[in-house]
Ligand binder design. Structure first.
Ligand code: PGA
Length: 245
């Protein structure tokens, strides 16, 4: 089964109307042969959706687990959809490790976002000490299980494997390291969800992906795209989008 290449850009807490407007103009002019989604800061979701060409999706970088209420500072899937935005990134390592989000909360957010019609880029990944301690599989399987327990429709989910030690560090996982974990995740999905889901779900890699590293990573059998931070703010992002083209 062929899985359409999927590339997410994660702008994190970067940019302003001027710089993002310029980036959007560059992206709009680019050739795109993949599913591409740009993760904008929540205050710029509306701005981004209104400027970015329809060939691109837009994603929020987080959302809360209920539709509305007294949750100061949070945004809901309903609000995201109201801005014409159809995706959300959940469980990013910065949400887990800087803001202390638990597996349980990420699971609840995943269920609520899916129930409200958003696509979810669900992020998982081990820390350096976990990799060095030989528990990478244990960690990513446990994170994936909590997500899987909250998913009914896998066609709306993209799984992002992002080793924490590779994010923002310039230390990209080698193509072999990425492929090894992606293959194991697919096998886990086959055993614990279904063969159809294992074959169809996109497993994308994130962590210091650049124009220079994207092609070899994209050539790996189980790497179905990328989640890109730093390089998604540069014209180089178009090269990464077309890594497989
Ligand atoms: P990076 O970020 O590409 O800057 O390493 C990736 C991510 O956090 O999704």
């Amino acid at each position: 089964m062929s899985r359409k290449f999927f590339v997410g850009g994660n702008w994190k807490m970067n940019g302003d109307k001027k710089s993002l407007g310029e980036l959007i103009e560059t992206l709009n002019g680019g050739k795109v042969d993949a599913n591409v989604v740009c993760g904008a800061p929540s205050i710029y979701l509306d701005f981004t959706r209104s400027k970015l060409d329809a060939k691109f999706g837009v994603a929020a970088q987080n959302c809360y687990k209920v539709p509305k209420g007294a949750f100061t500072g949070e945004i809901s899937p309903a609000m995201i959809k109201d801005c014409g935005v159809n995706w959300v990134i959940l469980g990013h390592s910065e949400r887990r490790h800087v803001f202390g989000e638990s597996d349980e909360l990420i699971g609840q957010k995943t269920a609520h976002a899916l129930e409200n019609g958003l696509g979810v880029i669900a992020c998982i990944g081990e820390k350096l000490d976990e990799r060095e301690g030989g528990i990478t599989e244990k960690v990513v399987f446990a994170q994936t299980k909590v997500i899987a327990d909250n998913v009914k429709d896998w066609s709306k989910v993209v799984l992002a494997y992002e080793p924490v030690w590779a994010i923002g560090t310039g230390k990209t996982a080698s193509p072999q390291q990425a492929q090894e974990v992606h293959e194991k995740l697919r096998a886990w999905l086959k055993t614990n969800v279904s063969e159809a889901v294992a074959n169809s779900v996109r497993i994308i890699y994130g962590g210091s992906v650049t124009g220079a590293t994207c092609k070899e990573l994209a050539s790996q059998k189980d790497v179905d795209g990328f989640l890109v931070g730093g390089a998604s703010l540069k014209p180089e992002f178009i090269e990464i989008i077309n890594a497989k083209a």
